[in-house]
Design a protein around this ligand. Structure first.
Ligand SMILES: NC(=O)c1ccc[n+]([C@@H]2O[C@H](COP(=O)([O-])OP(=O)(O)OC[C@H]3O[C@@H](n4cnc5c(N)ncnc54)[C@H](O)[C@@H]3O)[C@@H](O)[C@H]2O)c1
Ligand SMILES: [Zn+2]
Length: 250
């Protein structure tokens, strides 16, 4: 089903949200574009402005970590300054005022779901909040290194080893704990929402397929995705427009 106007879309979405009790969400970079953080693959996305997908390739990082740090500086700054947008707040309201059990598996490293509060968040591609030393395994928080990160400086641990942000690079395994929680949330859900992801990066993109038979899948994304045909409802629009309107109806 593809409703036409924003009001119709919000109404159709509310029809799925209202009866749901356990809502599992998979969110991607499109969740945060309205907070001013560019996504990857849209026309304005990072891969059009940063050098390439290689920036987040683990082999490239190991070969030349200073290149990574030079490129990541501006992205880190925009993440630090960003605030949750209407979409993040609507998910928090679903968990808060609406009393739903909301679990969010996010591919984002921006921490904006946590800033919005309320729902359980599983960061399946890790986080920028901590960094791990590639030599001794020691972990440090990123906030104390804020200025140096923003300046694009190569960061080293006190032992001399290179520090790597605890985000998942291409070629790395996803963090086990969050991935297991995300899988369980999808399997236990009575509604799965896919929000702002191109569904091109695995294994995160496979998470919605863990929903039980009969559990509806709703996709909100500006562009078509490979899962559109399996969805009970597809909305090709901005999350920050349709989701808050829909939650307000509950
Ligand atoms: N905010 C962040 O933390 C951030 C930013 C950029 C990239 N990433 C990384 O991107 C990788 C995966 O790619 P992805 O699928 O998350 O992103 P992606 O860039 O591949 O896809 C984002 C999708 O969101 C859609 N979109 C953009 N703005 C939207 C909006 N306001 N409303 C609805 N849809 C919107 C786009 O049409 C696009 O299809 C992950 O590894 C993630 O770590 C994260
Ligand atoms: Zn060290």
């Amino acid at each position: 089903m593809t409703p036409a106007t924003l009001a119709e879309e919000a109404g159709a979405l509310a029809g799925f949200l209202r009866p749901a009790t356990r809502i599992a969400c998979l969110t991607g970079a499109g969740m945060s574009t309205e907070s001013g953080i560019p996504d990857y693959r849209s026309p304005q996305g990072l891969y059009r402005t940063l050098s390439s997908e290689e920036v987040f390739d683990i082999r490239r990082f190991r070969a030349d970590p200073s290149h990574f740090y030079r490129v990541i500086g501006p992205l880190y700054t925009s993440i630090e300054e960003a605030l949750p947008n209407a979409g993040h707040l609507a998910l928090a309201e679903l968990a808060g005022r609406c009393g739903k059990n909301v679990k969010i598996a996010t591919q984002n490293i921006d921490g904006l779901h946590q800033k919005a509060g309320r729902a359980d968040v599983y960061e399946v591609h890790g986080t920028m909040r901590t960094l791990t030393c590639q030599s001794c395994g020691g972990q440090v928080g990123s906030s104390a290194l804020r200025d140096r990160l923003q300046a694009g400086e190569l960061l080293r641990h006190h032992c001399g080893g290179v520090l790597k942000p605890d985000i998942t690079f291409y070629g790395e395994m996803l963090p086990e704990g969050p991935l297991a929680c995300a899988r369980q949330a999808m399997a236990e859900a009575d509604l799965v929402l896919v929000l702002g992801t191109s569904l091109l990066v695995y294994p995160a993109a496979a998470l919605p397929s863990l929903r039980t038979r009969g559990c509806p899948l709703v996709i909100i994304n500006r562009e078509a995705t490979v899962m559109d045909e399996q969805a009970s409802l597809v909305i090709h629009g901005a999350i920050g427009n349709v989701l808050p309107q829909s939650v307000a109806k509950l």
